[in-house]
Design a protein around this ligand. Structure first.
Ligand code: AHM
Ligand code: MG
Length: 317
């Protein structure tokens, strides 16, 4: 049988305190997987009846998933601060814990009603650096994808490893040869937002749609699940580019996706697998956050494609 996550981390000589933090996140994800699997039978679909700090309607499962993560992390003396998409303020635990965890406990929850892959995204930082550290300071980042299989995808900086949840609730090593191909011909963007796009996004997407008759000189396919974990998982497995750019409608908010628990962990994973990440104008991991729920433009995936978008931004600036 393949190695459990705990044995794999031990074999990599990962610091036991960090291993413990990762184990708490993995245990949270394993528990959320069970809840999601049974939610339609338990009557847990639908809205929770309130909105979170971002003004978004919370689903019952957003709240349940947040409580699961909160319970696991509160019980871990290595974790002193928890930042969650579902909580207005960072939660400070009364301990000397070495780590901060930033998480989106259930990303893509608008897809729950249609039984499409959703996920839990997390980022682990050294508590000494405070809550507003650039993504380049992350010690580890990962997500769980609740799809046909439940995958835990993890990076400690170099390389990306995938674990699969077995029937007993243990994540088992599946592969560590994840590599985002440099070239790709698949792009993921919410094209219904075209009327809000800036010139660079318009230009890049138009080239792709022109296929072999356009500047890119090859035919593209568009793939958009609308659940970031599912879209990023596809890109990590076979390449492509994901764009949620700044557009005229998201301009005032700074973007759609959140820096600390969506953009940074995904950017770390993509870069650790050989891909590239940018806001269009700056590497995501170099941004210094100004608030825990800060939003940013997100463009990441196969290096050649991301560079083409960056070229567009340079040209139109
Ligand atoms: P959430 O954290 O509220 O679930 O929102 C994040 C999701 C991502 O999973 C997805 O990429 C994006 O929002 C889709 O947004 P939209 O459908 O509004 O364009
Ligand atoms: Mg989210």
């Amino acid at each position: 049988m393949s190695l459990s996550l705990a044995d794999w981390l031990a074999a990599q000589s990962v610091d036991p305190a960090l291993t413990s933090a990762l184990a708490s996140m993995a245990a949270s994800c394993a528990e959320i997987a069970v809840v999601l699997r049974n939610a339609p039978l338990a009557g847990q679909t639908g809205l929770a009846g309130h909105t979170n700090v971002q003004g978004e309607a919370q689903k019952a499962l957003d709240v349940i998933s947040n409580d699961i993560v909160l319970n696991h992390l509160r019980a871990n003396p290595q974790i002193s601060i928890l930042i969650s998409e579902e909580m207005d303020e960072a939660v400070h635990h009364e301990n000397q814990g070495r780590f901060i965890v930033a998480t989106d406990p259930l990303d893509g929850s608008s897809n729950l009603d249609v039984n499409v892959t959703v996920g839990t995204i997390f980022s682990i930082l050294d508590a000494k650096g405070g809550i507003l550290q650039p993504g380049s300071a992350q010690l580890a980042a990962g997500y769980a994808a609740y799809g046909p299989a439940t995958s835990l995808v993890l990076t400690l900086g170099k390389g990306v490893a995938v674990f699969t949840l077995d029937a007993s609730g243990t994540f088992r090593f599946t592969t560590d040869t994840v590599s985002v191909p440099e070239a790709s011909s698949e792009f993921a963007i919410n094209t219904a937002r075209e009327r809000f796009w800036d010139e660079a996004t318009r230009g890049y997407v138009a080239e792709n749609i022109a296929g072999e008759t356009g500047a890119a000189g090859k035919r593209y396919n568009m793939r958009w699940v609308g659940s970031m974990v599912a879209d990023i998982h596809r890109i990590l497995m076979r390449g492509g580019i994901f764009l949620y750019p700044l557009d005229s409608e998201t301009l005032a908010k700074g973007g759609r996706l959140r820096l600390l628990y969506e953009a940074n962990p995904m950017a770390m994973l993509i870069e650790a697998a050989g891909g590239r990440s940018t806001t269009g104008r700056q590497r995501i991991l170099d941004l210094t956050p100004s608030a825990i729920h800060q939003r940013v433009p997100v463009i990441l995936g196969s290096a050649e494609e991301v560079k083409r978008v960056e070229d567009w931004y340079n040209r139109v600036s």
